[in-house]
Write a protein that binds this ligand. Sequence first.
Ligand code: BGP
Length: 496
Amino acid sequence: MATAFPEGFLWGGAVAANQLEGAYLEDGKQLNVTDVMTGIGNPPDIRWNDETGKWEPSFEHDFVHLSEEGIDFYHRYEGDLELMAGMGFKAFRTSISWARIFPHGDEDEPNEKGLEFYDRLFDKMLELGMEPVITISHYETPLGLLIDYGGWLNRKMIDFWMNYINTIFKRYKGKVKYWMTFNEINVGRMIPFAAGGMLDIHPTNKEVVNADLTQQQIYQGWHHQFVANALAVKACHEIDPDAKIGIMLSQSGIACFPETCNPDDVLGAQAMQRKQSFFSDVMLKGRYPGYVGRIWAENNVELDIQPGDMELIANYTNDYFAFSYYRSSVFSSKAAGADDVKNATSGATGNVKNPYLTACSPEPWCWPVDPKGLRYVCNYLQDRYDVPLFIVENGIGLDENLDENGHIHDPFRVEYTRDHLLQVEEAIKDGCDIMGYLYWGPIDVVSAGTGEMRKRYGFVYVDRFNDGHGTLERVKKDSYDWYKHVIETNGEALHE
Ligand code: BGP
């Protein structure tokens, strides 16, 4: 039976530098913001120093920052990529750790050793037949830029960003065909330091890091990122006309459904969707959408838009829409906390449970499983933007241990992935132009949301635990051969 997956469909997996590379201070690298965070929902582990009048990283803590060593991908990438190639991956997504290239962020010249690492990494991927799909900034703003400049709250960031992107576009021209600018900036309000890359450097309370940015601050920070995104599109196309550059957003929040046909539920769910679509409306349609005018007026937001900004945003929209999808949610106008985001990293926006969904990932995470939500999101995005779609994150985190025979049987992961892929196939039949599917975390990595190893997504197990112990040995789970079979049959195996 022929499948709907087109020839050249980019099957593969996705990770991010800060969650697996380790080597966090090696070869000239300095700290990225996530190097001092345990779970992106928490504030960075930095302290105000009255003498220097600055925030400084605190290395005094009684827990393990697992990302410091990650899964030691920095030293083991060859073997790990061979494991991925063993499943027949056509593409592998990772990010460039910004602070490997510009360690503090504001240097004029890049760190050659950092550039060499990614040369080796991309060469190895290409040798193994995998297209590098590269996120330019995946929660990895150099800490120096946050502490000294406030990150994206400051327009100067655009200059540092330009230095960074021009360096990497020129260096990796011909090697990287698929770029993405920012990972999930649409969750920047919930995760201002990591996803927003913003830090209020004039805190009123020096005991804690202020996570509550004003509406004025956050929209101004996003405006700087929109300009930076447009400049990246321009630079990418000029430097390497064969390369494509996408946006990357969390789109679980698009699958936010009204609890009932009560018009208040329907309008409320639409407002939730717009909180997500705002970002793609700007970066793909090239202008601020009308509905944000009301939000700005009601919150006294007055953006500082410099001459030329809106022309850039209009003229340099992205080539494709990459997104993550993990779960759906339900909005009820009657439930309390309608604006609450229950789980920032999953991007969900609703406030009540969906009685029609029976499965969820294990406690304490408990992300509801909704494969049809993915089909809904694909269709929604295709209708609204009409650009190629790239599913660059979808997967399930489970708490797993080797059994007495040294194996991991993970039928739930197979079921989750199969059910989602069947809905991707339906979306393709619906007319969606889908470039590929990259499973999130094909090898166990440190969780972004909670900073732990216990939440494992991999087809490959890594022997490392929350307290930092473990041999780092890699073991294939049952799902490894299953995914391999799906790829080699271009999806036909989903129907077996
Ligand atoms: C996305 C992030 C990833 C990733 C994934 C799973 O939002 O882009 O970095 O980790 O979520 O989240 P978690 O690791 O919290 O389970």
